[in-house]
Design a protein around this ligand. Structure first.
Ligand SMILES: Cc1ncc(COP(=O)(O)O)c(C=O)c1O
Length: 389
């Protein structure tokens, strides 16, 4: 038995990200417009980076609070209160080393071998992979396109819950489709969780990237403090901080000791100087967020309208997040198409298979970039579609 084969089966079985396969195929190619990753093109604004640098220079380099520095927990509680018009105690907030770490921590708190977590897909692949690594079984409930919109079948969702189910993972606005749960759907999911004694893990990291209002409908609008709802969130998208790896959990304050221990035994807390940057993002970052969302909205229209005008794509214009998720008529295999589009059109896309088995013919484009680049990418794609079909 090789050393590799002696690793844990769940670790060996962790799926390869289909997105990375395309990136590795065409990385560094001259003139390629990369729409494959889930991030914008702007670096973190200076006022955030400066706050971190000052803290670092001032010697904030020691071990720190496992739950997050008090200033950041307070800033986040204020942020939640402001955004959702809902008083929120800092004791409900726990800082994590990224949105991904928030998800992993919540899974560790809720589910292990033999447990199930129901999730709504297509979905950014990391949740299901992290559940699998923890020994839990991710159970997919697919969104469907009906009457020109992505829809969640609540009967199917209810039917997926078994005595083993520990939680429903709901990402809204959704990566990759942009589907955004309306208030009625959120109420129904919450009622289901209450009735069936399961948690909701609400991944609302794209809540600010919503194109029909200042923010997407949220579980915050419908819940009571004692409801079984746990939020996972991140600094990555709103404040252009993907490389920082800072996120947070919002959960009942009573979970504090457990979350603290889980953080202690994973990353043992987030560097204090990075948390200072995060405080600046929350306290001073509103106009930056607004400008990001406005630009993404313009890019959405430009990109989606260009593709739709070909009459050869199936694409629901996203209500939220910053992705166009589309299928091209006549193309069955999104992975082969993504590799070809990188080679022949010099545009980098993510293959639909990365987001679940029901969308293998799809492609995802992140349009959160400079408008002239988005326009050029759309032109190249439209020309490629014209040649390919
Ligand atoms: C739906 C969703 N949740 C969570 C994350 C995690 O974000 P991060 O780990 O960068 O904070 C992402 C990142 O793409 C995402 O798309």
């Amino acid at each position: 038995m090789s050393l590799l084969q002696r690793l844990r089966p769940a670790a060996l079985a962790a799926p390869e990200s289909g997105i990375v396969r395309v990136i590795n195929h065409a990385r560094g190619r001259e003139g390629l417009i990369p729409l494959w990753a889930g991030e914008g093109d702007l670096p973190t604004p200076a006022f955030i980076a400066d706050a971190a640098a000052q803290s670092l220079q001032a010697g904030e380099t020691f071990y720190t609070w496992q739950r997050g520095i008090p200033d950041l927990r307070e800033a986040l509680a204020d942020y939640v209160a402001r955004l959702y018009d809902r008083p929120t105690a800092p004791e409900r907030i726990f800082v994590t080393g990224s949105g991904m770490h928030a998800i992993q921590t919540v899974i560790a708190a809720l589910a292990g071998t033999g447990d199930e977590i129901v999730f709504v897909a297509p979905l950014w692949p990391n949740f299901a992979a992290a559940a699998g690594l923890a020994g839990a079984r991710p159970v997919e409930v697919p969104l469907e396109i009906r009457d020109g919109a992505w829809r969640l079948d609540l009967v199917q969702l209810a039917a997926a819950i078994t005595p083993r189910t520990r939680a429903i993972f709901l990402n809204t606005p959704n990566n990759p489709t942009g589907w955004t749960a309306d208030a009625q759907t959120i109420r129904a999911v919450l009622d289901l969780a209450r009735e069936r004694g399961v948690f909701v893990i609400a991944d609302e990291i794209y809540s600010r990237f919503f194109y029909a209002g200042t923010r997407a409908p949220s579980f915050h609008d419908e819940m009571r403090d004692d409801d079984p709802v746990i939020f996972v969130n991140s600094f990555s998208k709103n404040w252009a901080m993907t490389g920082w790896r800072v996120g947070w959990i919002e959960a009942p304050a009573a979970f504090g000791d457990v979350v603290e221990n889980l953080v202690q035994y994973s990353n043992s807390g987030v560097a204090a100087f990075m948390q200072r940057g995060a405080v600046a993002a929350i306290r001073e970052g509103e106009s930056f967020v607004a400008s990001q969302v406005e630009r993404a909205g313009a890019a959405r229209d430009l990109f989606c309208d260009a593709l739709l005008a070909t009459n050869r794509v199936r694409l629901v214009k996203p209500e939220g997040a910053f992705y166009a998720f589309f299928a091209i008529d006549g193309i069955e295999d999104g992975m082969t198409a993504a590799l070809r589009i990188a080679d022949e059109a010099n545009v980098g896309l993510a293959p639909g298979a990365a987001f679940g088995p029901t969308t293998e013919n799809y492609l995802r484009a992140c349009f959160h970039r400079r408008l002239d680049e988005v326009e050029e990418a759309a032109d190249r794609l439209v020309r490629w579609i014209g040649r390919a079909t």
